[in-house]
Ligand binder design. Structure first.
Ligand code: CP
Length: 300
């Protein structure tokens, strides 16, 4: 059985099945008819991912174990494996984990319980990618032929790394843009200059500078006008084009603050969609691992 860790092995059909189930979660208010315990282990700060998993779990009627890393025996040196194994022994049926390591799954290999990646270092953020895909699909009803530009700190962004693979699988044309020092030589999509990007993009996905993953301070004084989405660049976007951002946002750095909630911004729609996407991810994991069967899902 596979954990929900990265999307690079998922087929287009499988990715689309998450989008369909997300729509069901939104419109049919699905709920579990079985007592299912979940633990959320966040070793890095989070607002959106943690809170939307919590709302998703509550909407599904799950029992949430009140695990706080700072108040746990992790602080006494307990390993990730022993922490997760302990929660399983106590009764957790599924765990959501965010961790600073790219490879935290290696540390819990052998755990016989579904694990959901809430963010792994700079490697992957698959639930964010799923909500990004759902948001774009709601907008355009397709991925084929769309020009999606991911702009910003590509090298240090788990969102960029997850999204590039996923959008390619879904049939979109994916590009990266931003400061040359933030590009990642391991990413195999074309680079476009920001001035060209804004004119050809159907989706401009802006990323913040991931200062916490940098080895030295990066100056931001001229970033907006050199590499960010300022008002002048936004004025050259196609009429139908949308702006996205996984957030948190550094207003006035990668994006002018006046664009964060402009008509073409879908930034807060992304956050709302995150709840339903995370419901779908939980349901699929519980079904795949036979924690529940399909008869234990009903409409509220
Ligand atoms: N987009 C995102 O992962 O935000 P949080 O770090 O607040 O969860």
């Amino acid at each position: 059985m596979e954990h929900f860790y990265a999307l690079n092995n998922m087929s287009k059909e499988e990715l689309m099945s998450y989008i369909e189930l997300t729509d069901d979660c939104r419109h049919e208010e699905l709920v579990l008819d079985k007592q299912v315990f979940v633990s959320n282990l966040f070793f890095e700060p989070s607002t959106r991912t943690r809170m939307s998993f919590l709302v998703a779990e509550k909407k599904l009627g799950m029992e949430i174990l009140d695990f706080q890393v700072e108040a746990s025996s992790v602080k006494k040196g307990e390993s990730l494996y022993d922490t997760v194994r302990t929660l399983q022994a106590i009764g957790s049926d599924v765990c959501v984990i965010r961790h600073e390591s790219d490879n935290w799954l290696d540390d819990v290999s052998g755990i016989d319980m579904p694990l959901i990646n809430g963010g792994a270092g700079a490697y992957a953020h698959p639930s964010q990618s799923m909500l990004d895909a759902y948001t774009i699909y709601k907008e355009y009803g397709r991925f084929e032929g769309l020009n999606i530009v991911i702009a910003g700190d590509i090298k240090h962004s788990r969102v960029a790394h997850s999204n590039i693979d996923m959008f390619k699988t879904l049939g979109a044309n994916v590009y990266v843009s931003g400061a040359p020092e933030f590009m990642d030589e391991n990413v195999s999509v074309p680079f476009v200059d920001m001035d060209e990007a804004v004119e050809m993009a159907d989706v401009m996905m802006m990323l913040r500078i991931q200062h916490e993953r940098h080895e030295s301070d990066y100056g931001i004084d001229s970033y907006l006008n050199e590499y960010g989405l300022n008002l002048e660049r936004e004025s050259r976007m196609q009429d139908h084009a949308i702006i996205m951002h996984p957030a948190p946002i550094n207003r006035g750095v990668e994006i002018d603050t006046r664009l964060v909630e402009c008509d073409r911004s879908r930034i807060f729609n992304q956050m709302e969609n995150g709840v339903y996407v995370r419901m779908a991810i939980i349901i699929k994991q519980l079904l795949n691992w036979r924690v529940i069967d399909e008869y234990q899902i009903s409409k509220r």
